[in-house]
Design a protein around this ligand. Structure first.
Ligand code: 1CP
Length: 333
C-alpha cells in the first residue's frame, strides 16, 4: 500500500507522507529548461512525452510520495473549445464563452482533445520510479473553472462582481462544467490516477450562495469519485468554514490553506488533513523552516496528516530548502 493510502485508512500510521502543490514547476531548473523551449503552455501540457518527463522531475529529485500529473485545471475550458492562451507575466487569457457551442461538445470529442493527458498518466503509472507512489489526477472545482470561463482571466488581475448576478446562467454553466469534469476524472482514473484532488482556488471569492455554487457541485463530483473507488482530496482555498465544508462535502481528505489555524482545524475536523505550510516559509532560512514545518507535524502527530503546503510552491524557492523540508518531514518522530 502507498504511504498516502495507508495514511488515509490507518489511523496509527507512523510516517507523514509528503508531496508539494505545483511540485512540477518553475522553481526547478530542469522544468525551466523545457519550458524555455516550449513557449506554448497548452501544447506543452498536450505533449505526452514532455509532460511525463516534467511530472517525474520532482520525483527524481526529492522522492516525493506522489506524482501529480503535469497539466492544468484550465485544460477543461480548452477541451470544451473555449480559446485559451497563457501569456508570460499576465497569466491565462480565455476567449469568448459560447454556451450553445459548449453544450454541443460530445464526450468523445472532449476526450480526444485531452487524450495526451491520459496517455501521460498511463506512462507515469507504469514507470518504475512511481512504484509504491500515488499518481494524483486533478481537476478544478466547478466554481473555480466557472470563474475563469466567465472572467476570462485570473481574478487576481481583475474581477467584475456583476458577472455573477445571472444565477440562471451560472447554474446552467456549472452543470455543463460538472458533466465534463466527471468525464475528465473518469478518464484520468482509467489511465492510472490513484487519487483525485479538486482545486477550488477561488472558493474564497464567494460570500453568498456558497451552498449552491460550491458545496452542491463539489459534493456531486465527490460522490461520483467515491463510486469509482478512488480517494478524493478537496482544497477549498480561502473558504471560511472548513468544518462545515467537510461535514457537507465529505471528501476523504481536506487540504488546508495557509491562512487557516491548524490548531483550530485539529479540534474541528476528523477526516485526514493535508497541507497548510505557507509557501513563503520556504523563502526564509533553514531554522525558520524547521520551526514552522515542525509546528504542523506536532499539531497533527496523532491525526492522519499528509505534509504539503497551503498553496503552490513559489517559483523563487531554492532547491536546498525543498530538500531540507523533505528531510524534516521524514526525520520527524
Ligand atoms: O511556466 C509557467 O509559467 C507555467 C506555470 C504553470 C504550471 C507549472 C501553470 C500556469 N500551470 C502549471 C501546472 C499546474 N497547474 C499543475 C500541475 C503541476 C504540479 O502541481 O506539480 C496544477 C495542479 C495546476 C493547477 C492550477 N492551475 C490551479 C489550482 C491550484 C492553484 O495554484 O491555485 C490554478 C488556479 C491554475 C491556473 C493557472 N495555471 C497557470 C497559471 C499562471 C494559472 C493562473 C493562476 C492565477 O489565476 O493566478
Amino acid at each position: 500500500m502507498t504511504p498516502i493510502q495507508d495514511c488515509l485508512i490507518n489511523k496509527n500510521h507512523k510516517i507523514n507522507p509528503i508531496w508539494i502543490m505545483r511540485q512540477a514547476g518553475r522553481y526547478l531548473p530542469e522544468f525551466r529548461e523545457i519550458r524555455s523551449k516550449n513557449p506554448n503552455f497548452i501544447k506543452l501540457c498536450l505533449n505526452e512525452n514532455l509532460s511525463s518527463e516534467i511530472t517525474l522531475q520532482p520525483i527524481k529529485r526529492f522522492d516525493f510520495d506522489a506524482a501529480i500529473i503535469f497539466s492544468d485545471i484550465l485544460m477543461l475550458p480548452y477541451g470544451l473549445g473555449q480559446e485559451i492562451k497563457f501569456e508570460k507575466g499576465s497569466g491565462p487569457k480565455l476567449g469568448k464563452l459560447d454556451l450553445d457551442l459548449i453544450t454541443n461538445v460530445s464526450k468523445d470529442e472532449f476526450s480526444r482533445k485531452l487524450n495526451p493527458i491520459y496517455k501521460s498518466i498511463s506512462n507515469i503509472s507504469s514507470n518504475i520510479i512511481c512504484k509504491n507512489k500515488d499518481i494524483i489526477g486533478f481537476v478544478g472545482a466547478p466554481w473555480t473553472i466557472l470563474v475563469y470561463m466567465i472572467n476570462k482571466m485570473s481574478p487576481k488581475k481583475s474581477l467584475s462582481k456583476e458577472i455573477f448576478n445571472d444565477k440562471l446562467f451560472i447554474n446552467k454553466l456549472l452543470s455543463i462544467i460538472t458533466k465534463f469534469l466527471k468525464i475528465h476524472i473518469e478518464n484520468q482514473i482509467k489511465a492510472g490516477a490513484t487519487i483525485i484532488q479538486i482545486f477550488d482556488s477561488w472558493a474564497g471569492l464567494l460570500e453568498d450562495n456558497i451552498s449552491e455554487f460550491i458545496y452542491e457541485p463539489t459534493l456531486n463530483l465527490v460522490n461520483h469519485i467515491k463510486k469509482l473507488d478512488v480517494p478524493v482530496v478537496c482544497f477549498p482555498r480561502g473558504i471560511k468554514d472548513y468544518k462545515n465544508f467537510c461535514e457537507v462535502v465529505k471528501p476523504d481528505m481536506v487540504n488546508i490553506d495557509y491562512n487557516i489555524d491548524p490548531k483550530k482545524i485539529i479540534k474541528e475536523i476528523e477526516i485526514p488533513v493535508q497541507g497548510g505550510l505557507d509557501p513563503k516559509i520556504l523563502l526564509t532560512d533553514r531554522e525558520n523552516l524547521q520551526k514552522e514545518a515542525t509546528k504542523y507535524l506536532q499539531i497533527f502527530k496523532d491525526h492522519p496528516y499528509v505534509f504539503n503546503l497551503g498553496h503552490g510552491i513559489l517559483p523563487e524557492t531554492k532547491i536546498e530548502m525543498v530538500e531540507e523540508l523533505v528531510k524534516i518531514v521524514r526525520d520527524f518522530k
